[in-house]
Design a protein around this ligand. Structure first.
Ligand SMILES: [Zn+2]
Length: 381
């Protein structure tokens, strides 16, 4: 059984203003909660208990802030849940900043749990008492846990159904192949089979458009109509880039996991990569890709392993294990111990593959014999 999210675009209509309104009110509740939390902390030097905040918000909804009723009580709860997750992550040191005030324009969504919506038919849903039509491009299966209504920077509205217990489709056929994969600057991925996956060309074209739109926006006067138009243009390009990238990543993940029964990656160390490569690694989308690949592995019944970088995969010879310094400029690994000459990324991919297989055979008691067998066959390439 899988978890899966289905996202659909809600068709434009005047009625959408009610959804926008609900999102705006959600922003108000969010900001009110942040303000309360801060004041409480200033006064008592401790965190405002969640239950107290919830009681307070409920009282306001039934009194002075009756317009807050546009947001159902479960959605209010979803807001406080998200806030407290944010605060917990902040106090645990996982994120740098606590949840903070948000502009209405930048506030994007509200979530419904069991109530507040009803699916009326194919592509039809009732949300908070009003009917909407959405572009249902595929069937929704499993059990719907939450429905999230989200607007993007262009004020288009999408709904997302988060489902549990989605039946697993048939498993992908056996191929007997496994590989290690190394993320890189030059090629997006280098596989231990020698195959390389370049970053997609269309994305590069979009990134040029993105830079142009950013330049245009920076030249416009603050508060002007032209600036607002440029802002929307930029948002449109951003959305396009995100869609193209995501689409490409899904296709690559699917293709790779159909081919390989076992795929080994390195655990991403984005900080180290940034230091080494000296630019924003986040832009390259490695982390997003890994999330998709993991989901796809689960869906197709494949294994995806992540190995920790306790041994530097770029700096060790994959044949003899000799370690040497590999400045970024050096594209070829020339082993000073055994004389092996290999492309830098390919050598790393081999090491990742090896480490994954060692890990796998160490845990062999848990592994099906068939899998092990498949690994042995794959060694011959
Ligand atoms: Zn060597």
């Amino acid at each position: 059984m899988l978890r899966q999210a289905y996202q659909f675009k809600v068709f434009r209509s005047k009625r959408l203003r009610h959804l926008h309104r609900t999102i705006d009110v959600s922003a108000e509740i969010w900001n009110h909660s942040v303000a309360l939390h801060r004041r409480y902390y200033r006064l008592f030097k401790k965190t405002l208990p969640k239950a107290r905040l919830q009681v307070h918000l409920a009282r306001l909804r039934n009194g002075r802030r009756a317009h807050w009723k546009a947001v159902g009580s479960q959605s209010v709860q979803a807001i406080t849940d998200r806030l407290y997750l944010g605060w917990e992550a902040f106090f645990a040191g996982d994120i740098k900043r606590p949840p903070t005030f948000r502009k209405r324009r930048k506030y994007r969504s509200f979530t419904l749990k069991q109530t507040g919506y009803k699916i009326v038919g194919h592509g039809r849903i009732k949300i908070l008492g009003r009917n909407y039509r959405f572009n249902q491009s595929r069937p929704v299966s499993g059990v719907i846990k939450t429905v999230t209504v989200r607007r993007d920077a262009l004020r288009d509205i999408h709904i997302t159904f988060s489902c549990d217990q989605v039946p697993q489709p048939e498993q992908a056929p056996k191929t007997g192949l496994s590989a290690g994969a190394d993320f890189g600057l030059k090629d997006f991925l280098t596989l231990s089979t020698g195959e390389r996956i370049a970053a997609p060309q269309p994305l590069k074209a979009q990134l040029r458009r993105l830079r142009k739109a950013q330049r245009t926006l920076s030249r416009k006067q603050r508060g002007s109509k032209a600036r607002n138009r440029a802002r929307l243009d930029l948002a449109r390009v951003h959305r396009k880039v995100a869609n193209v990238r995501s689409d490409w990543q899904w296709k690559q993940a699917r293709m790779l996991l159909l081919t390989f029964e076992l795929l080994v990656f390195e655990t991403l160390n984005l900080k180290a990569m940034q230091q080494l490569w000296g630019r924003k690694v986040g832009d390259l989308g490695f982390a997003d890709f890994l999330v998709k690949a993991q989901w796809m592995a689960k869906k197709l019944g494949r294994d995806l392993l992540k190995i920790d970088q306790w041994e530097p995969t770029t700096k060790s010879c994959h044949l003899c294990g000799h370690r040497q310094d590999m400045p970024l400029i050096t594209r070829t690994f020339e082993c000073r111990s055994c004389g092996n000459i290999e492309d830098r990324d390919l050598n790393a991919a081999y090491n990742i593959w090896e480490a994954g297989r060692r890990l796998r055979s160490g845990a062999s008691s848990k592994t099906a014999y068939g899998r092990q067998d498949a690994l042995v066959t794959a060694e011959s390439h």
